[in-house]
Write a protein that binds this ligand. Structure first.
Ligand SMILES: [Mg+2]
Length: 382
């Protein structure tokens, strides 16, 4: 079963008026996603998702013109061999670093979908896991900057659906952030896990002001206070209090950067994204690396049901699995365009799909409803 074709399909949608969410990276205008389609000589087709990295066209070009020729004709089941070839030819020298990781992630995901379909097994089973209840938090592009009263109402609406954990967007002024967090804790009570995400918008001085308040409300973590490569600030932040773990990983690529986080002793919660970090193959290695240090994996999940499904299979098959990030965005047609891939239970948990491979039935006819839109996905007022 040889890899006979690789196609990258960029998709976009615009946020309708009044549906934008504001957070540390700006206000959302539109969202992009790249669906990867891998064909085999046996006729099995696998699908994956690559994160667009704010430039869908660049990632599509990298896949079509550079990565595809490297793996055409290889055994479709040889996920390690394909990964090694891409790493040797596109990362090690003159490559595009993070861009190549984004681009290859969707191909690797599609190869795992093919393996599962060929073996007639759901991916969690193929990976050595089992169907199990996985705790989920209300995340995705939601719970953004807004008056504390409406934020608490929004958070409560997710708790009413079954979620036992919610993630608030911080990285606004520290005064606003603290007021919102205190109010949401008061409204939700003590039994709900409150997580926080600054989307890289803080300075170390702001983190010194905010962390004691996050400790007071028993926040589950502070996510991405700084830019992904600012290890010095991460190291400083980790010394402020042992009560609130620092989380990061959605913008860290491959096990090598997670090893750097480990060496910096700076990040206690890891959040690899399967559509960004180098695919399922690499995310398994990252989980294994973290497991030796008892680091939990609360995977970040991106736009479409393909990544959501892959993440659920992954969390059902690694030893140090934490939360599934459930996209609760009020407007995300990508989430459900192949049908719902998860549903929240009264216990606050979700389960991986049961079908072979990723367990997602892809209807390609739907792609024409989301033609790619050039331009930025977020606007920021500096
Ligand atoms: Mg985040």
């Amino acid at each position: 079963m040889k890899i006979s074709n690789v196609t990258a399909i960029p998709l976009s949608y615009r946020l309708p008026e009044g549906k934008t969410v504001t957070m540390g990276v700006g206000s959302t205008l539109k969202r992009d996603a790249i669906i990867i389609r891998v064909e085999t000589s046996d006729g099995i087709v696998g699908y994956g998702e690559s994160h667009p990295g704010r430039s869908a066209g660049a990632i599509v070009s990298l896949i079509e013109n550079t990565l595809k020729p490297l793996i055409l004709g290889m055994q479709a089941t040889d996920v390690i061999g394909a990964w090694q070839r891409i790493h040797r030819m596109q990362f090690s020298s003159h490559g595009l670093g993070a861009g190549a990781a984004l681009a290859y992630s969707g191909i690797d995901m599609a190869l795992w979908d093919i393996r599962g379909k060929a073996a007639n097994m759901p991916l969690y089973e193929l990976l050595g896991g089992s169907s199990k209840r996985i705790p989920a938090y209300a995340g995705g592009i939601a719970l953004g900057y807004q008056p504390k009263e409406s934020l608490a109402e929004e958070a409560q609406s997710y708790v009413d659906q079954g979620y036992r954990a919610v993630k608030l967007r911080i990285g606004d002024t520290t005064q606003n952030d603290i007021a919102r967090c205190l109010h949401v804790r008061k409204v939700l009570g003590d039994d709900i896990d409150i997580l926080t995400d600054a989307n890289t918008a803080y300075t170390i001085a702001q983190v010194r002001r905010v962390l004691p308040a996050l400790a007071d409300i028993k926040a589950g973590w502070l996510e991405e206070p700084f830019a992904c490569n600012d290890f010095a600030s991460y190291r400083e932040a980790a010394k402020i209090t042992p009560l609130v773990p620092i989380a990061a990983g959605e913008n860290h690529f491959m096990r090598f950067e997670f090893a750097q986080m480990l060496e910096a002793g700076a990040v206690q919660v890891w959040q690899p994204d399967l559509s960004k970090t180098g695919g399922i193959t690499e995310a398994i290695r990252i989980a294994d690396l973290g497991s030796a240090f008892r680091i939990p994996i609360h995977a970040h999940s991106s736009a479409t049901g393909l990544n959501h499904a892959a993440t659920l299979h992954y969390l059902a098959a690694i030893e140090n699995a934490g939360y599934f990030e459930a996209c609760v965005s009020h407007f995300n047609p990508f989430r459900d365009m192949f049908g719902a891939t998860f549903s929240i239970g009264k216990d606050g948990c979700v389960e991986p799909p049961k079908g072979p491979g990723l367990g997602v039935e892809v209807d390609e006819a739907i792609f024409k409803e989301y033609p790619v839109v050039d331009g930025p996905g977020y606007i920021v007022k500096f």
